[in-house]
Design a protein around this ligand. Structure first.
Ligand code: KIV
Ligand code: NA
Length: 264
């Protein structure tokens, strides 16, 4: 089996093949997802919520992500492994390089950072030092206290227009993948067309280049609550491997997310 790389992901977008992604935090689930054919495995700072039981992601550290990245990357043969940089671990370019090095040395093939054009120098610097970058726009959970809650972003015209510009700024800076979280379907579609890099949506409708879910949400076992945009595939299939296969199938065919799992 051919390993997924940034160029494979770019080809998939150009050929209109949907990209599938799940979070994972340990070797057993990572191996299962890898074997089922999940393209991108993300060690998300969502682990603060689903593994550590917190209300948000802010307490997660680079050491936490590095620990889980070592476990996940050891189990992945084919999947592309992306590690989240946690809250304040990329506050300046210098701080970022040091923390990104820890995650790449733990086995990640790319790091993900939340935010818009304030990250341009950071992204350029990471690329120059050999670190590919995934952007993350829309509902960026590390900014939950600025947003005043976990809310859909980009609902009004000005906000929407600014988000398109931010995506283009990130692309010009050098990101090779972009996560869009909790934005209206029409805006996510617009952004997916406005950039050449693949756009992976979560709560962003069916028009993006791929879909990502937090694994605990897609199995319906999250400690906190089930977001509207997620779907319990374990309940539907009664088997973990079948649940993952069903998720992949529905993403590939465009059956997921439906209107019920999207925002307008
Ligand atoms: O932390 C996470 O799991 C994420 C995904 C939801 C995109 O950032
Ligand atoms: Na995250």
């Amino acid at each position: 089996t051919k390993k997924v790389t940034t160029s494979v992901l770019l080809d998939m977008k150009q050929q209109g093949q949907k990209i599938t992604s799940l979070t994972a935090y340990d070797a057993s689930f990572a191996k299962l997802f890898d074997e089922q054919g999940v393209d991108v495995i993300l060690i998300g700072d969502s682990l603060g919520m689903v593994l550590q039981g917190k209300d948000d992601t802010l307490s997660v550290t680079t050491e936490d992500i590095a620990y889980h990245t070592r476990a996940v990357s050891a189990a992945c043969q084919r999947s592309f492994v992306v590690a989240d940089m946690p809250f304040m671990s990329y506050s300046t370019p210098e701080v970022t390089y040091e923390n990104a090095a820890k995650l790449m040395q733990a086995g990640a093939s790319m790091v993900k950072i939340e935010g818009g054009d304030w990250l341009v120098d950071t992204i350029k610097g990471l690329n120059q030092r050999g670190v590919p970058v995934c952007g993350h726009l829309g509902l960026t959970p590390q900014s939950v206290h600025v947003f005043g809650g976990f809310k859909v972003q980009g609902r009004d015209d000005l906000q929407a227009e600014q988000m398109v510009e931010q995506a283009q700024a990130l692309e010009a800076a050098g990101i090779q993948l972009l996560v869009l979280e909790c934005v209206p379907t029409s805006l996510a579609e617009k952004i997916s067309h406005a950039v050449k890099v693949p756009v992976i949506g979560i709560g962003a409708g069916v028009k993006t280049d791929g879909q990502v879910l937090v694994m605990h949400d897609m199995f319906g076992i999250s400690a906190n609550y089930m977001p509207k945009f997620s779907k319990n595939y374990l309940q539907e299939t009664g088997d973990i491997r079948k649940a993952v296969a069903q998720f992949i199938e529905e993403v590939k065919t465009g059956a997921f997310p439906s209107e019920a799992h999207s925002f307008n």
